[in-house]
Design a protein around this ligand. Structure first.
Ligand SMILES: [Zn+2]
Length: 290
């Protein structure tokens, strides 16, 4: 049996049989067309031989979990999967469990990665939309299909904007709602009727940006990404602006996580190993897994 932490495509590959939260199971079935899934809700103990598994929230995307494995000798291992500690507007709060061994995802494991708070992101997003309306152009917000798309939708509807949503993000938003998440009022993007988009915000994933912006004519684009910290990122994404909304932990959150979990040893995944090196310099036992 394989454990699937969340529904992003790089973590959601076909396996013989899978253990996942109900929401992740839904994404897994959609992506892989496979049915062999044991659904395990957060906080429910599940025994595999003499080891007890428990899934708990990772704050990354809907259904994203971390797993705590307790061995017969009482030793505790946590694998975080992709996670963040900053509260997402539409997800369960991330939890941190004390453990002996911590395997953690460290995409942004360098001290230069410090992301703005969700309140700052909200302010920046509102300012972007207001600026676009002042310039009399359509604001186009780009975020990934699962996760950032729904966080952006939640922030935009909460701010009172009318939002026209690309069907890929719209489809996933409906799955969020099926799991009880309130994303506010929004509509499906219809590019056949551009005049009807006046005064509205368009939300789409970055891979369809060109298809969406071509028929719009005058518009202004922003990409939501942790890579906003890197000065050249807006050229890489081909957008007018960047806002640092990420669904991963930044450097400060990674440190806070280790502080709260108090592990004896840390293994890091993703990133370039800088975070493991940082931990070693501060006297911890840490190793980067390639
Ligand atoms: Zn992910």
């Amino acid at each position: 049996m394989a454990y699937v932490s969340h529904g992003h495509s790089d973590h959601c590959l076909p396996h013989g049989h899978v253990l996942a939260t109900p929401a992740t199971a839904e994404f897994y079935r959609l992506r892989t067309r496979r049915q062999g899934v044991t659904e395990l809700p957060f906080h429910r103990p599940h025994w595999v031989k003499d080891r007890c598994l428990e899934l708990f929230p990772a704050g990354h995307v809907l259904g994203a979990s971390q797993v705590l494995v307790t061995g017969p000798d009482g030793r505790r291992l946590v694998y975080t999967g992709d996670f963040k500690l900053r509260p997402a507007p539409c997800l369960d709060a991330t939890e941190v469990r004390p453990c002996d061994v911590l395997v953690m995802e460290c995409t942004f494991g360098h001290p230069r990665y410090r992301f703005p708070s969700i309140a700052e992101v909200e302010t920046q997003l509102k300012a972007f939309v207001a600026r676009s309306f002042e310039l009399d152009v359509i604001p186009v917000v780009c975020g990934y299909v699962l996760g950032k798309g729904q966080e952006a939708l939640c922030l935009l509807t909460r701010a009172g904007f009318q939002v026209a949503v690309h069907e890929s993000i719209y489809r996933v938003a409906k799955l969020y709602e099926k799991q009880g998440v309130d994303l506010g009022r929004y509509e499906l993007l219809n590019l056949a009727s551009v005049p009807a988009l006046e005064g509205k915000v368009v939300l789409c994933p970055p891979h369809v940006k060109k298809q969406v912006t071509a028929p719009l004519g005058r518009c202004r684009t922003v990409m939501l990404s942790g890579w906003a910290i890197d000065p050249r990122s807006k050229y890489r994404y081909g957008v007018d602006e960047m806002i640092g909304l990420s669904d991963h932990a930044d450097f400060t959150e990674l440190l806070e996580y280790v502080e709260r979990a108090q592990p004896r040893v840390v293994y890091t995944t993703h990133g370039d190993g800088a975070f493991a090196e940082h931990l070693r310099k501060s006297g911890m036992e840490a190793q980067h897994l390639e």
